[in-house]
Design a protein around this ligand. Structure first.
Ligand SMILES: [Zn+2]
Length: 297
């Protein structure tokens, strides 16, 4: 039996069945998994990943999953736990062998110090979960997938590591391009709607000074919006970075009052039809930002 299971295609004739919570994780799984895995994500890239409507069709997929990869840090806490429970698949429960929390491999920002109270907002109590927006974290996620796939399908372990090495090389080349495009704007101050962009902005040299949300997960209030407008005028801040699933009313008003602009950036693969992989995500965001940073100085 042991000898048989070591033969490629016999030890693991079927493809690994991978489910991810977000399209970003699915895209990275695809980079290293190639045609040895099937992968699907629960949240679509155009949806707010904090609030996803659990559809019954996800249950069927979760029932059959060998692996469930999550962003973690409570990003999915509002919708994933009941799906896991109802799937009755022991592998993908939090303590199961097929549960993979990618936050453990990544650089996490905004980890709260000391006591966390509800007054601080309740969206990111364990640190900022939007960490996939730094390509270095994308690299770490891809490596974690390659390692885990190789443990689950030992016959194809070299295949997964080979694909990871290729991805790493292509990503390094792409990072050089993105960094070169963003370099002239290093240190520029911006405002973002939600705290989705700390990893992205740290990596590409933008300085996030405030948020349209008064606190994480809390919609804009007139008083906070007014304060923000005054601050942006005083400091000459022109750009408001907004995720595609938020109401543009407050950001548009802020841009009008400050003579600036709203940049609807894509936080995820699948945010629009052009963005079908991890590289296109940064291509889109960097190109849009560069055009607006150049225009609104
Ligand atoms: Zn968030």
């Amino acid at each position: 039996m042991l000898a048989l299971s070591a033969l490629p295609g016999i030890g693991h004739a079927a493809k690994l069945n991978v489910m991810t919570t977000t399209e970003d994780l699915a895209a990275l799984a695809r980079e290293v998994g190639g045609d040895k895995i099937e992968v699907d994500s629960i949240a679509k890239g155009y949806q707010d990943p904090h609030f996803v409507e659990p559809k019954p069709s996800f249950l069927l997929k979760l029932q059959k999953a060998d692996l469930l990869a999550v962003v973690g840090l409570q990003l999915e806490i509002g919708w994933l736990p009941p799906l896991q429970t109802q799937s009755r698949n022991p592998k993908i429960q939090n303590a199961g062998p097929g549960y993979l929390d990618m936050s453990q491999f990544c650089q996490i920002l905004e980890i709260p110090q000391g006591q966390v109270s509800r007054a601080m907002g309740d969206v990111h109590p364990l640190g900022n979960p939007h960490y996939w927006l730094d390509p270095e974290n994308g690299r770490r996620i891809a490596k974690a997938f390659a390692d885990r796939f190789g443990q689950m399908d030992t016959a194809d372990a070299a295949y997964f590591q080979g694909r990871y090495a290729d991805f790493d090389k292509r990503l390094a080349a792409a990072e050089k391009g993105w960094e070169a495009k963003m370099a002239p704007y290093k240190g520029r101050k911006v405002v973002t709607y939600h705290r989705s962009w700390p990893n992205f902005c740290e990596r590409f040299g933008l300085n996030v000074v405030d948020y349209v949300e008064p606190r994480p997960g809390i919609p804009p209030t007139p008083s906070h919006t007014l304060e923000l407008i005054n601050k942006m005028k005083a400091e000459g801040i022109k750009l408001v970075l907004v995720e595609p699933y938020f109401d543009l009313k407050a950001p548009d008003a802020i841009a009008r009052q400050t003579g600036g602009a709203v940049a609807v950036l894509m936080p995820s693969v699948g945010g629009n039809k052009q963005i079908t992989n991890y590289f296109q995500l940064f291509d889109f965001d960097v190109n849009l930002l560069v055009s607006l940073l150049e225009k609104y100085k």
